[in-house]
Ligand binder design. Structure first.
Ligand SMILES: Cc1cc2nc3c(=O)[nH]c(=O)nc-3n(C[C@H](O)[C@H](O)[C@H](O)COP(=O)(O)OP(=O)(O)OC[C@H]3O[C@@H](n4cnc5c(N)ncnc54)[C@H](O)[C@@H]3O)c2cc1C
Length: 363
């Protein structure tokens, strides 16, 4: 397809302001399966779990979209998409899609949407997903609600009710795209629960052709330099997380948080003020503007529990909060409240656990 045609296609199909599009012609829920360097980002499965609920409520199929170069990982992604709830997977295999680049990925996803007209399109709010979602929504001329915390169907309008924090996280607003399709939304990793994987489940693979040419892509990938800080993604998916806040007093005291994390085999993180002060790196900030976590156990030391922190941790199974202030807001949602000085409690806990591990090892 020439670049002139590319520009003409979306504009021709884009719904005009003021509505007038046949909403009934748009059916089905789609989830972008984010495949990069042979690995699917787990947020894709979380979105299939949510997409399944939306599709069942609407009585329509749930589909995944897999874009990739056609290596075994592309096929594996299709199989896994069925196991996590998809009925159909639309797959485009093309060497130009070997690595994510905005232009070809936007072209392909836009063309697939125009061909099959899903009413809802969900993407992960990852670096890649945010980029792709914005580009696709702009090209299609439709609405996109970013960083949603809840997705449901409004029965009256049959529209997607996409809820997200606003006004600095102090309010939640629900956004509907009533006159344009598809209704697009992104969701951050770990905000939605991981659905149960059914190894027996399968579905239909629909192989799609899209005319792509490397010559039309102006962005070239010359080399790939992996991030040296390879532990970045692990905080969001860790089973146990220990975090410290301003109540830790000073940066040197943060060692106590890291030591407890180490003995528990856990990840560590911090509230926004300590990340901003450099006590922990920015990628370890937990909360609305940091990572959302869903560990089995979350230990929060010297963290007050402001709403922007709470939204990032309330998916944890068990929360142990250590705070000197018995009225600290974190105690309103913690499973166990420990009123006391974290500077004394953390080292005592670390020591007790070390002792226990040692006794087990020699027994
Ligand atoms: C748009 C926006 C986005 C934000 N995003 C985030 C976010 O992603 N993540 C986030 O965390 N915050 C975020 N915030 C900031 C948030 O509002 C709070 O200011 C922040 O979470 C407070 O951090 P804290 O609990 O470490 O500090 P504080 O609120 O100062 O709390 C410190 C706590 O430590 C306790 N304490 C003091 N000494 C001890 C001790 N020795 N032992 C035990 N406890 C002690 C105190 O009683 C107090 O409860 C955001 C704010 C805005 C406006």
């Amino acid at each position: 397809m020439s670049s002139e045609e590319q520009a003409a296609t979306p504009a021709a199909a884009a719904p005009r302001r003021g509505g007038g599009i046949d909403l009934g012609a748009w059916k089905g829920v789609w989830v972008n399966i984010e495949l990069e360097r042979g690995r699917v980002h787990p947020v894709s499965w979380e979105l299939l779990g949510e997409g399944r609920k939306l599709a069942d409520h609407l009585g329509v199929p749930l589909s995944g979209v897999v874009l990739g170069p056609g290596e075994p990982a592309t096929d594996d992604a299709c199989v896994e998409a069925f196991r996590h709830g998809a009925d159909t997977v639309y797959v485009v295999r093309h060497p130009v899609l070997a690595h994510y680049r905005t232009d070809p990925y936007t072209q392909v996803l836009t063309e697939l949407v125009q061909r099959h007209r899903p009413e809802i399109l969900l993407l992960g709010a990852t670096t890649l997903g945010r980029d792709l979602a914005g580009a696709v929504a702009t090209t299609l001329g439709t609405g996109l609600t970013a960083d949603c915390t809840e997705l449901r169907i409004d029965d009256e309008t049959r529209s997607l009710a996409a809820t997200r924090p606003t006004f600095g996280g102090t309010l939640l607003c629900t956004i509907h795209t009533l006159e344009y399709r598809p209704q697009m939304a992104t969701v951050r990793p770990r905000v939605m629960a991981m659905p149960a994987r059914d190894a027996q489940r399968s579905g239909t693979v629909v192989a799609e052709e899209v005319a792509l040419s490397e010559d039309d892509v102006i962005t070239k990938i010359l080399s790939y330099i992996p991030d040296a800080d390879a532990d970045k993604a692990q905080l969001a998916y860790a089973d146990v997380v220990v975090a410290g806040g301003r109540g830790m007093g000073k940066p040197e005291n943060f060692r106590l948080v890291r030591e407890l994390a180490e003995v528990l085999g856990a990840e560590y993180g911090g509230s926004r003020p300590v990340a901003q002060a450099g006590w922990v790196s920015g990628d370890r900030q937990i909360g609305q503007t940091g990572k959302t976590i869903r560990p089995k156990l979350y230990i929060a030391a010297g963290i007050s529990g402001a709403i922007q922190h709470r939204v990032g941790v309330e998916g944890a199974d068990v929360i142990i909060a250590i705070n000197t202030d018995p009225k600290a807001p974190i105690f309103e949602f913690a499973t166990y409240a420990v009123v006391g000085d974290a500077l004394q409690i953390l080292p005592a806990l670390t020591e007790a656990l070390r002792e226990r591990i040692h006794r087990r090892a020699v027994a």
